[in-house]
Write a protein that binds this ligand. Sequence first.
Ligand code: NAP
Ligand code: MG
Length: 498
Amino acid sequence: MTDTRTLRERAAALQPRTELYIDGAFVPAADGRTFETRDPGTGRVIAEIARGGQADIDRAVVAARRAFDSGAWSDATPRERRAVLLALADLIEANGEELALLESLDGGKLYSQTSTEDIPGTAAIFRWYAEALDKVYGEVAPTGGDDLAIVTREPLGVVGAVIPWNYPLEMASWKLAPALAAGNSVVLKPAEETPLTALRLAELATEAGLPQGVLNVVTGYGVEAGQALGRHPDVDSIAFTGSTGVGRMFLEYAGQSNMKQVWLECGGKSANLIFDDVADLDTAIDFAAQGIFSLSGQVCSANSRLLVQRSVYDRVVEGVVARAKALRVGDQFDEQAEMGPLVSATQLGRVSKYVETGRTEATLAAGGTRPDALATELAEGSFLQPTVFTGVDPEATIAVEEIFGPVLAIIPFDTEEEAIALANASEYGLAASVWTDSLRRARRVSRRLQAGTVSVNTVDALDVTVPFGGVRQSGFGRDLSLHALDKFTSLKTTWFAS
Ligand code: NAP
Ligand code: MG
């Protein structure tokens, strides 16, 4: 029988998990406190969520350590771990509609994206690491003589994962899949704006056969649960994705406590360079718009600075502005919408401040305000039109600071040298894009751009097979690919004397 309810009605009928997941069971916060999570499309409260603090992080770390020491997971054979992670991937897909509804409800992401990208993408990440883990070999060192030195990868122990709200499930999977594949136990602290899918994921992991205590989820505030995890003396490593400011704090927490490892994926102000030798400018223009307006610009690698060679500058500006104005902004559950709300009223406030600053610094060519034709039930939603500033001075605030919203700064340049210098004039170095029809220029420019990923003739190239992460204050360490295992294992040398 077909379900005739609207997506919103289906989402409203769900009864999400709201308590902490510790040692294989849902439990309230030790002190009973809660906080609200809201639907950014309507502004309405979805649920009261357990507000984990120091005592809860302690409980979760004790459970994680006990599970690790028991060997139930850490000493399981790669094949056994593989079977559980594959079962989890299957369960994510089997419960895909529920997870996509929760993800869209909680974070305001378009259902057309969560259902086709985030959920299948999350399952794919678990599957990839499940399949990888019994294919990674150790090494025999070339010591010479009859001595034998072997180099093996060992799990670290207890990993703390702290993630942001823009890709709640996918960010969780980027940390959890390789960490669990390697045999670690994990305590995950999701973002306060988007706690719902992480709790459901933990439940599914137990259903898939993950031993209790191996994955714990402590919801709550960064300054409480996040800080307690960062300072915990029995956590071996922190895998963080979030802002540069908070990343810096985790380095301090580690220094103040047990010198745990810290791996940071932080902010960005990625440049997208369009050269005038591009024959198919329309495609470059389409991608330039997509590169900043996708997910309302709340993407760490968003192409928020568009650098355009002077001779094609007017054409590109005209094209990007037209696309910005044509984009349909609306309810995250409206399958016709191309851009949903920002994640919260707070985030809308932050981004709107940047728009006000931009008005004094540059020319506002599109957007800047709330879309006017929204349904009444979205009156309290956190919506902003796609916004474009032109003729932006490279030193203007909106050209320098990460806005994390649908706000594009377009900057003209004359020469290749100037373009490279402008692109690199940032404290960040997460990603960059280059549009050119010249192979030589593509190679020359991409080599000189200081970024973890350079996309040539596309934007935001990303796949589980390639490492993702930044340089400079975009952080260090890499997610995805086999390189992610470096963060979740230590190399052990065992030397057998002859
Ligand atoms: P955020 O404020 O840095 O928060 C990230 C996580 O850290 C959240 O779980 C947060 O908890 C926690 N946190 C906040 N303050 C803390 C503190 N004092 N101590 C310990 N933990 C704390 O980032 P966000 O606003 O959620 O996400 C946006 C940022 O993430 C942007 O800068 C973006 O560029 C970056 N990002 C980077 C990547 C990447 O791969 N490089 C990917 C996505 C996003 P609360 O939710 O309670 O604040
Ligand atoms: Mg929410």
